[in-house]
Design a protein around this ligand. Structure first.
Ligand SMILES: Cc1cc2nc3c(=O)[nH]c(=O)nc-3n(C[C@H](O)[C@H](O)[C@H](O)COP(=O)(O)OP(=O)(O)OC[C@H]3O[C@@H](n4cnc5c(N)ncnc54)[C@H](O)[C@@H]3O)c2cc1C
Length: 609
């Protein structure tokens, strides 16, 4: 691949899906129509769509951005054609059951495909991504009329969906939303202003279905007073035909540091008397209904982090293989020594190894959580429900913060060229910043983890998560050669336990503000351990396969020449390297995080800023 292209890491997707999660062996009747061959074909088609249709419009779309005139939004050149191709191929509704017109894919396969598309163009994918969320909401909570008349259009992608929560005074504090909904017969008339609505207006679809939080006039203050509405751009008649234009105007779009191809819109609602909206569920249930969708949305943003980090890693690795600069350090005094690709320099290797272990760890983690969340589809409790509840804020925050870090390293690998618009990594860096902000900022996720999830069910959910981590670490016992890595993981796991115990003691002592001030440190420590465990789970699978390949070739498993020639052996060896590098070079930072968490220092509380 060239330094500007996008290439899917198809081998790693296959590894996670087929060797780690074994999706092809599922006995779930929902997935009876699928087998390994069909999944393989789906992944291959998705790769082609990502590389051939979405990636080519990503850079140009960033440079031109969207434009706004008199309430209408024009998306970048090429977006319309790509969107049409994307929808016609049925990629807009991968998890929607086949009976409802979707592909009915299991969540891990759907997330793998989503990662490919998002890595190719995260701004473009905002449009179908939010439509999928609206689809699922209508499917699970809509009235029969909505399911019959609205859902098929969302599934086909003819219509798009949005999520309208944010208002000027109501960002993280969603409960401060003041958009009002007055009952008018069977429907409601809404008035207010929604801000930062992704895809709030665009030229890709015939209609837009806004999913909107608003409060009825006599509703209590705060989140309990919110209700959820479906507010179409073009009113839908009872028989499903298109009615008049609703009272919603896009009064402007934002000029942003990234995801420029995604229109971020201000919506003026009801200035002409009221925008017609249909209640979803009952009055006052808005936030409960939104919460229902929260895990899915947060996993989706975590996968955005994985996707863009993977794209940056791919670009940086191929650039480092091509860029010639300097000599081997051992020959630096020899002016005639051959010049080498920068991938041979230790510092560049360090950056790439960091990025690879983190990206592949995130992939292993994200797709597994997706598989567990799948167990809870259609209202099921699921064996792993408590663990998913604990891990979702980590998946959203750790993935997205580490995505930004991986993108920073990718820019660094490129040197000065990384800073130049001609190369893709500066766009990745800019695009990825928003992931840590929307869908609940990472600070809010940390509060959710420390203030709610870790003490949920009297700490039982946290203990279930710890048990899973322990069992995974224990699997390393079967491999003598990974004993040092097992010990390193145990040490970090113990630090997580100590941090949790410390928080609990402080909470019991009536000290609330100090633990809360460390919420992000705890989340980062927790995330570091979780990713280490997911990297270890891969190493445990890869080691016997590498040993087997080495025996068949009559080679030693660390024979560098053989590994350079045999891509399969090199792939499995990379999983062991990921574990060694991550445990010995990354996990030691958990010691620093624990020290910060348990420090009696109260500067955050006492400092006057
Ligand atoms: C490009 C883009 C796309 C978006 N798309 C959508 C969309 O489609 N739909 C939608 O509804 N919204 C969308 N948003 C809005 C986004 O979800 C909000 O920006 C986000 O929730 C944060 O709200 P805010 O910007 O008002 O920041 P604030 O809430 O003002 O937060 C500012 C800072 O204060 C911190 N903070 C706030 N409250 C607390 C607290 N109680 N405790 C600790 N720290 C706190 C935050 O963590 C953050 O660091 C989008 C935003 C952007 C920029």
């Amino acid at each position: 691949m060239s330094a500007t292209d996008y290439e899917v890491d198809i081998r790693d997707h296959q590894f996670v899906l087929f060797e780690q999660l074994k999706v092809q062996e599922s006995t779930d009747p929902k997935y009876a129509d699928f087998d390994a061959e069909l999944y393989g074909m789906i992944l291959d088609e998705a790769r082609k769509m990502a590389e051939g249709t979405i990636a080519p419009i990503n850079g140009p779309g960033d440079r031109s951005g969207c434009s706004w005139k008199d309430g209408a939004v024009t998306t970048p050149a090429g977006f319309k054609a790509a969107y049409k191709t994307f929808c016609e191929a049925g990629w807009g509704a991968t998890t929607v059951p086949q009976d409802d017109g979707g592909q009915g894919l299991p969540a891990p396969v759907s997330l793998a495909v989503l990662e490919m598309f998002t890595g190719a163009g995260c701004a473009f994918m905002m449009y179908p991504g939010l439509t999928t969320a609206a689809c699922n909401l209508v499917r699970h909570m809509g009235t029969d009329w909505m399911k019959e008349t609205i859902l098929p259009h969302l599934v086909s992608g003819n219509w798009a969906g949005t999520m309208c929560l944010t208002e000027p005074q109501a960002g993280s504090a969603v409960g401060d939303a003041s958009t009002v909904a007055n009952r008018d017969g069977d429907t409601y008339l809404l008035q207010g202003t929604k801000l930062f609505v992704s895809g709030g207006e665009q030229d890709l679809t015939e209609n837009i279905i806004h999913i909107m939080l608003a409060r009825t006039p006599d509703a209590p203050q705060g989140i309990k007073g919110l209700s959820l509405f479906m507010v179409p751009k073009l009113i839908v008649n009872p028989d499903g035909s298109m009615g008049e234009v609703n009272d919603i105007v896009c009064s402007g779009i934002e000029h942003k540091m990234g995801i420029n191809g995604s229109a971020t819109c201000t919506l003026s609602i009801g200035d002409g008397g009221g925008a017609r909206g249909w209640l979803i569920g009952n009055e006052g249930e808005g936030i409960t209904r939104m919460f229902h969708m929260m895990n899915e949305a947060r996993i989706g943003v975590g996968v955005q982090g994985l996707a863009v980090a993977a794209a940056a890693l791919g670009n940086a690795t191929s650039y480092a293989r091509e860029r010639i600069q300097g000599t081997d350090i051992k020959k630096f005094k020899d002016v005639t020594a051959p010049r080498v690709p920068i991938i041979e320099h230790a510092d560049v290797k360090r950056m790439l190894l960091y990025a690879r272990s983190v990206v592949q760890g995130m992939r292993s983690f994200s797709l597994t959580v997706g598989a567990w969340a799948d167990e809870m589809l259609d209202g099921g409790e699921g064996e792993h429900k408590d663990i998913v509840d604990v891990l979702v804020p980590i998946l959203k925050s750790w993935n997205t913060d580490q995505c930004f870090e991986v993108c920073r390293l990718a820019v660094q690998v490129y040197g000065g060229y990384g800073f130049i618009g001609e190369y893709p990594v500066e766009q990745h860096l800019r695009d990825s910043k928003i992931f840590s902000i929307y869908e609940g900022t990472n600070g809010i996720q940390a509060l959710d983890l420390v203030g709610r999830k870790m003490s949920m069910k009297g700490g039982a959910a946290f203990m279930a998560t710890l048990n899973f981590l322990n069992e995974s670490i224990e699997e390393l016992s079967a491999h003598e050669s990974l004993a040092a890595e097992k010990a390193g993981l145990e040490k970090s796991r113990d630090r997580l336990g100590q941090a949790a115990m410390h928080l609990m003691q402080q909470g019991m002592g009536g000290e609330q503000d100090l633990p809360i001030s460390h919420a992000c440190d705890v989340l980062n420590l927790f995330g570091d351990v979780v990713i280490g465990v997911f990297i270890a789970r891969q190493a445990v699978i890869a080691l016997p396969k590498l040993t087997e390949l080495a025996a068949a070739a009559g080679k030693s498993a660390d024979d560098a020449e053989w590994l350079a020639e045999d891509s399969e052996a090199r792939f499995y060896a990379s999983k062991i390297d990921n574990l060694r590098f991550y445990v010995h070079q990354v996990l030691p930072r958990t010691a620093g995080l624990l020290r910060a968490v348990t420090s009696p220092d109260r500067t955050v509380m006492t400092s006057v800023l």
